[in-house]
Design a protein around this ligand. Structure first.
Ligand code: FAD
Length: 355
């Protein structure tokens, strides 16, 4: 067990899509602070489905970060506020204590930071998803289209990633919700095959030929929209982003995208509140704290309507697919038609603004 104290300006907990994107956005902002130039990173609007391998996205974000800004294998076990300065203190599994001026919790669905903010626990749907990747060495000849087939309580879909690789998923009510999600690839393959046994041979072959190491079963959990309305997403200079803030079911395929929007909006608000940077302004701790709090408050205010709308839409699609109650399904369909234009993809046209 190590011991010791460290001091950092900004600590981001979590090295998933959100944590790495937030780190990158803050580094881009810091470059502007240092160069004092007016760098603008414009967000672009591309209206198309594009499938990326999660590991490629994570690697691309990671590769663009300075090596010394990332610490691997660091598990945060608790956080609290420093009674004298009110800045956050983090406790690491190996005994290290980290004092930070800004703490951003991007630690996903079981977030320690969300818990310390008092956010309620996540809800779960009866469904789970098995995902896999299938490689076609001579090309798959599929159109670059997202295909999803709904069949009662089950959904089966696929989307090509490139000319050789196809991502597929099966989503259905999974009865054994009390045990740990199984990981054995052979078992997962059999489970997936059972669900699609009546599908065309081409689909069955795709699942059968998938890379066993890519198979993964996930239970579907989400933060309820009411938690998003009433939840407290900031305390002092501590906040959350990504799934730690707004975990949603995968029905719209937007969780990772909104996590990257969070990163841009958070970095922009911090930059606007402190144009000279955390240290560059040479302001006292009290003034610094006030400015960070304002920036984080503005960030939360800006993100709430966006994530609330997505969370509502995703929850309604989830109920429509998975609920055993006909009334609930009809009600969900009606609400989707009235408030979200049915199967409209308008949520993909959101612009979170430049960095
Ligand atoms: C089946 C499925 C399909 C999906 N499809 C899509 C899609 O098509 N498009 C899309 O945009 N999104 C999709 N999503 C959602 C997307 O995967 C998530 O929203 C996204 O990964 C969230 O990123 P995150 O960084 O917030 O959290 P995570 O990816 O969960 O990362 C959290 C990180 O924090 C670390 N961590 C956790 N606790 C601690 C701790 N105490 N101390 C230190 N580190 C910690 C973890 O190790 C992890 O690295 C899908 C999700 C599922 C389940």
């Amino acid at each position: 067990m190590r011991s010791g104290k460290e001091h950092h300006d900004v600590v981001i907990v979590g090295g998933g899509i959100c944590g790495l994107a937030t780190a990158l956005a803050l580094h881009r902002i810091q470059e502007v602070w240092h160069r004092k130039s007016a760098m603008q990173v414009k967000s672009t609007r591309i209206e198309e489905f594009r499938c990326l391998k999660r590991t490629d996205l994570i690697q691309a974000l990671f590769d663009n970060l300075p090596v010394d800004s990332v610490r691997l294998g660091c598990q945060i076990v608790a956080v609290e506020r420093d009674p004298s300065t009110s800045f956050p203190i983090l406790y690491v599994h190996d005994g290290i204590i980290i004092k930070a001026k800004v703490l951003i919790g991007c630690d996903g669905s079981n977030s320690v930071i969300s818990k310390s903010l008092g956010l309620g626990s996540l809800n779960s749907l009866p469904n789970c998803v098995i995902r896999g990747l299938t490689n076609y060495p001579n090309g798959h000849n599929l159109k670059s289209r997202f295909l999803r087939h709904l069949d009662g309580y089950m959904a089966f879909g696929r989307i090509p990633i490139d000319d050789n690789l196809v991502h597929w998923f099966v989503d259905w009510p999974y009865p054994n919700r009390d045990i740990d999600a199984p990981k054995d690839p052979k078992f997962l393959m059999e489970l997936a095959m059972q669900q699609i046994k009546d599908y065309p041979a081409e689909m069955i072959e795709m699942v059968k030929s998938s890379d066993p190491s890519s198979l993964n079963l996930t239970r579907i959990r989400y933060r309820s929209p009411w938690h998003l309305v009433f939840g407290n997403f900031r305390r002092g200079t501590m906040t959350v982003a990504g799934d730690a803030m707004h975990m949603m079911g995968p029905f719209l395929g937007q969780g990772g995208c909104v996590a990257m929007e969070d990163a841009v909006v958070l970095a922009r608000n911090l930059a606007q509140a402190m144009p000279m940077g955390l240290e560059g302004g040479r302001v006292g701790d009290g003034e610094l704290k006030k400015r960070i709090e304002t920036a984080l408050e503005n960030y939360v205010r800006e993100r709430k309507p966006r994530v609330l709308k997505l969370a509502m839409q995703s929850m309604l699609v989830g109920i429509l697919i998975s609920s055993s109650s006909k009334i609930k399904r009809l009600l969900s369909l009606a609400l989707l038609l009235v408030f979200f234009g049915g199967a409209s993809l308008s949520y993909t046209r959101y612009d979170c603004g430049p960095l």
